[in-house]
Design a binder for this molecule. Structure first.
Ligand SMILES: NC(=O)c1ccc[n+]([C@@H]2O[C@H](COP(=O)([O-])OP(=O)(O)OC[C@H]3O[C@@H](n4cnc5c(N)ncnc54)[C@H](O)[C@@H]3O)[C@@H](O)[C@H]2O)c1
Ligand SMILES: C[N+](C)(C)CC=O
Length: 487
């Protein structure tokens, strides 16, 4: 059978350019080629900008209510196609189907639906003045660029495109080169729902077309989800044309378990915060601080439950831990495991490759727990983005707070305690963009999501995102003539 070719989607259709170089898109679980991806070149970049400008002219002239109606249809199509899209996401990304079927597509649909509902309510304000009044117009920015990471491909594409489109912008989206497939499906769904051609375009390739678009004078804004290093490079490039930026970047987040916590719940949260999507989640609570009085009991339960996790073919409904995104990434994760051992941490679970029958070409790593960790170990300081948890002991609140905040990153944090006053006190002092009390990694669409410090700039989800995709214009209206001191 011929391997399918994936092409960029511009102006409401796939743009097949046989002259473009092709790159194999590998299925993480098997190592087999899923499709071959045409790498967008100068022509596709120029075409995408031209199409987006045309789409923007039509889309921004529509009312918010009209846009909302169309976006609602797109949300409905996402929900109706959950099963097929989840399957595609699993084949492209390697995460377990039991996760993709409940989280990935549905959280994308939640977002499209949420911003569809807001589209008709985006407006300015009126300011009564003496003999005059003023009002503001909340206007779209124009052509926005979205750049995605590979761990939640369709969710990230929706989290960027839905608010952008609801506000009347057009978007050119560049998915991660390792997971290009569901962004193309999202583009087709937008077209089917009635989004005008050119309003949502997908450019495929490495960082090259993204960099060309960042430099392009007709692109107004860049929203990226990726690593801190990528965020810094993009910000430097965007500064040359003073583009607005939203940055959703990496983390090394603390999860703090106090001595009064419900131990079983805390263990569940620690597992979810480290092993969901085989550990490839930006917000993961990879520094698990446990009060010394419950440390041993916590570890005993944690290790016993972690050893029971089912590692396997991501397409099997029982699988709980899927394949790492690539061989290179798995090698990086395993290097961190070696470093952890070399630096003196105690390996209590996992830490090794797992062979999965039928998925011999995949890269599976057993969920890994290190205890006896210290704050200066590389496994405790650096983002690993794999299933590797570091457990650290603490004595009191002030000490754990200082240690939790001792990082240049500030994406997320979690606190487990039955003392709600302490929970809120910690949330106030933790330097993290999202703090969970007695849960972890919950990202409802109503709640702003974004990092502090080097973990990001700006937010996704919630009302606040409307500010990131609109600009405010002030209009002053004189009602009583020009007061002029000149003759
Ligand atoms: N905060 C969040 O919401 C969030 C969510 C998911 C992932 N992440 C982070 O993403 C990272 C893992 O994802 P990744 O490996 O895909 O990240 P990455 O930084 O390597 O790539 C992200 C995207 O940026 C593009 N890119 C890379 N360099 C670029 C440049 N100089 N100019 C323009 N585009 C460029 C890539 O092609 C890709 O599409 C982790 O650090 C993780 O924490 C953050
Ligand atoms: C947004 N979230 C947490 C689901 C994906 C981050 O990697």
């Amino acid at each position: 059978m011929n391997t399918p070719i994936l092409c960029s989607y511009i102006g409401g259709r796939s743009i097949d350019n046989p002259a473009l170089p092709l790159v194999d898109n590998i299925e993480p679980a098997t190592g087999k080629v899923l499709c071959r991806v045409q790498q967008a070149g100068d022509d596709e970049v120029a075409l995408a900008v031209a199409a987006a400008k045309q789409g923007f002219a039509i889309w921004s002239a529509m009312t918010g209510a009209e846009r909302g109606r169309i976006l609602n249809r797109a949300a409905q199509l996402l929900r109706e196609r959950n099963a097929e899209l989840a399957l595609l996401e699993v084949r492209d990304n390697g995460k377990p189907i039991q996760e993709a079927e409940v989280v990935d597509v549905m959280s994308g649909a939640d977002c499209v639906e949420y911003f569809a509902g807001l589209a008709a309510s985006i407006h300015g304000q009126q300011f009564p003045l003496k003999g005059a009044f003023a009002y503001t117009r909340r206007e779209p920015l124009g052509v926005c660029l979205g750049i995605g990471a590979w761990n939640y491909p369709i969710q990230i594409a929706c989290w960027k495109s839905a608010p952008a489109l609801a506000c009347g912008n057009a978007m050119i989206y560049k998915p991660a080169s390792l997971t290009p497939m569901t962004a193309i499906e999202l583009a087709k769904i937008y077209t089917e729902a009635g989004v005008p051609d050119g309003v949502f375009n997908v450019i495929l390739g490495s960082s090259k077309p993204a960099r060309q678009l960042i430099a392009h004078p007709d692109v107004a804004k860049v929203s990226v989800t990726g690593s801190v290093e990528t965020g810094k490079a993009i910000m430097a490039d965007a500064a040359k044309t003073l583009k607005r930026v939203t940055m959703e970047l990496g983390g090394k987040s603390p999860l703090i378990i106090f001595d009064d916590a419900d131990l079983d719940q805390a263990v569940s949260a620690a597992m979810l915060a480290n092993f969901y999507t085989q550990g490839e989640i930006c917000t993961n609570g990879t520094r698990v601080f446990v009060h010394e009085s419950i440390h041993d009991a916590f570890l005993e339960k944690l290790v016993a439950r972690t050893r029971k996790l089912k590692i396997g073919d991501p397409l099997h409904p029982d699988t709980q831990v899927g394949a790492q995104i690539s061989g290179d990434h798995a090698a990086t994760v395993l290097r961190y495991v070696e470093q952890g051992i070399a630096e003196g941490a105690s390996l209590l679970a996992g830490g090794q490759r797992v062979e999965v029958p039928g998925c011999e070409g995949g890269h599976f790593i057993a969920p890994t727990i290190f205890a006896g960790c210290h704050d200066d170990m590389s496994i405790v300081r650096e983002e690993i983005f794999g299933p590797v948890m570091s457990v650290l002991k603490f004595k009191d609140e002030a000490e754990v707070l200082a240690r939790a905040n001792d990082t240049r990153l500030g994406l997320a944090a979690g606190v487990f305690t039955r003392d709600l006053a302490r929970g809120h006190r910690m949330a106030e002092k933790l330097q993290a963009g999202v703090c969970w009390i007695n849960n972890y990694n919950i990202t409802p669409i109503e709640m702003p999501f974004g990092g502090l410090k080097e973990s990001g700039i700006g937010h996704e989800n919630s009302l606040v995102t409307l500010d990131h995709y609109t600009q405010l214009k002030s209009v002053y209206v004189e009602l009583s003539g020009v007061a002029c001191p000149y003759e």
